[in-house]
Design a protein around this ligand. Structure first.
Ligand SMILES: *Cc1c(COP(=O)(O)O)cnc(C)c1O
Length: 398
């Protein structure tokens, strides 16, 4: 079968692939502890579910405007004012089927062949492929633990060329959990201020935040850049609503209108019922979020400490999100039954086969020295899983 060259240019999402493999092993009866999933383990809060049930009962089950209902747009506008001190009009908001869809649409309306998009690594798996699908060219900036997994203003300045169209900032980050402080964003803003470059701010982990400094995005931090910034956010991570598929963009009217046009020819509106649920999530009682975040923080403290006690493993303490991204390169070169482990995919295979633990190779995020573990699972699972990892690593011989 001949398929398009477009599809041959991209990789399937590695995180989704590993989740599927984990589920398949479990179906065979294997007791696998999963650290691969990129979603909260909590149930969607009951007030949100009830809003959806009410929507169904009221017959709110038909097409809505392509870019979302006015009710949801108004809730998003109020949220952006309340949490981020940013003002937008309805014409500057567009709701899509998850933030991934928002980012996909954005790339489709912004990039032409050869347009360069700066992506700091380690990056969320989908950014480069979303850019490639739009025929743009990902330009990767490698960051490391020493710089807190954050790109420096110098690195950014060096990466900018005449073809640079946009830079993607994801803070807190998936997979590292690194978050830019307001001062760090200021320094980055200085590099961008006199350049004609768009800034895509992926704020999906805004609320899952543990740093001492306040969360801030570039638009709040540097108002002079606001008309070149597209803020992307959604309800998946904050409200444990990954399956509902609601994400949104806030930004320049022209870009938002273009997304509406593209979306009118692909998905049409995001699910009507999910939109009602999202209104409740964003405007309703926010206390549940604090509860989930304080649980995540407890787990983070535990897992970072436990990983750092494994010889050969060095784990950076994240400032947000629900992932750890330990450096495991200290283990590379050791072997098991004569087979050497030399890369993150090999280590991940070994951990799955020998320890019944699923995690994601750092290579999928642009750093082969690391692996990603999600701590969106119970403390009990985390304890048992880390013990298994420790035992499996101790069986390796140098
Ligand atoms: C999960 C995630 C998204 C997309 O979430 P949706 O479920 O599509 O709303 C976007 N960016 C990052 C960094 C993520 O981790």
């Amino acid at each position: 079968m001949r398929l398009s060259s477009r599809v041959a240019k991209i990789n399937p999402s590695e995180t989704l692939a590993i989740s599927a493999k984990t589920n398949a092993l479990r179906a065979q009866g294997r007791d696998v502890i999963g650290f691969a999933a990129g979603e909260p383990d909590f149930d969607t809060p009951v007030n949100i579910k009830n809003a959806a049930i009410k929507a169904i009962e009221a017959g709110f089950t038909k097409y809505t405007p392509v870019g979302g209902t006015d009710e949801l747009k108004d809730a998003i506008i109020a949220k952006l004012k309340r949490d981020n001190d940013l003002e937008y009009k309805r014409s500057q908001i567009v709701v899509s089927c998850g933030a991934k869809h928002t980012l996909y649409n954005l790339a489709q309306v912004l990039f032409d062949p050869g347009d360069e998009v700066i992506i700091p690594a380690p990056y969320w798996v989908s950014y480069p492929d979303i850019v490639v699908l739009a025929e743009g060219r990902p330009v990767i900036i490698n960051t490391n633990e020493k710089d807190g997994f954050k790109m420096t203003p110098e690195q950014l300045r060096t990466a900018i060329t005449d073809r640079t169209r946009a830079v993607i900032i994801n803070s807190p980050s998936n997979p590292t959990g690194a978050a830019y402080s307001p001062q760090e964003l200021q320094a980055i803003a200085k590099v961008l201020i006199d350049k004609d470059i768009l800034i895509i701010s992926d704020d999906i982990y805004e609320k899952i935040f543990y740093a001492k400094f306040p969360f801030m995005n570039m638009a709040t931090c540097e108002p002079k850049l606001k008309d070149r910034i597209i803020v992307v956010n959604g309800v998946s991570k904050t409200y444990a609503m990954t399956g509902w598929r609601i994400g949104y963009a806030a930004g320049p009217e022209e870009i938002v209108a273009a997304i509406n046009k593209i979306q009118s020819q692909n998905t049409s509106n995001p699910t009507s019922i999910s939109q009602k649920a999202a209104v409740e999530a964003i405007s309703g009682e926010q206390g549940v979020v604090d509860k989930m975040v304080s649980e995540f923080q407890k787990r983070r403290d535990f897992i970072v400490d436990a990983l750092n006690q494994i010889p050969g493993v060095k784990c950076f303490s994240p400032e947000g999100a629900f992932y750890v991204f330990p450096n495991v390169s200290g283990i590379y070169g050791r072997s098991y039954k004569g087979k050497k482990i030399t890369s993150s995919p090999e280590l991940i295979d070994y951990l799955l086969d020998e320890a019944n633990v699923a995690a994601v190779p750092g290579a999928a995020f642009g750093s082969d020295s690391h692996i990603r573990l999600s701590y969106a699972t119970s403390l009990k699972n985390i304890e048992e899983g880390i013990k298994r990892i420790k035992d499996a690593i101790s069986k390796l011989v140098s």
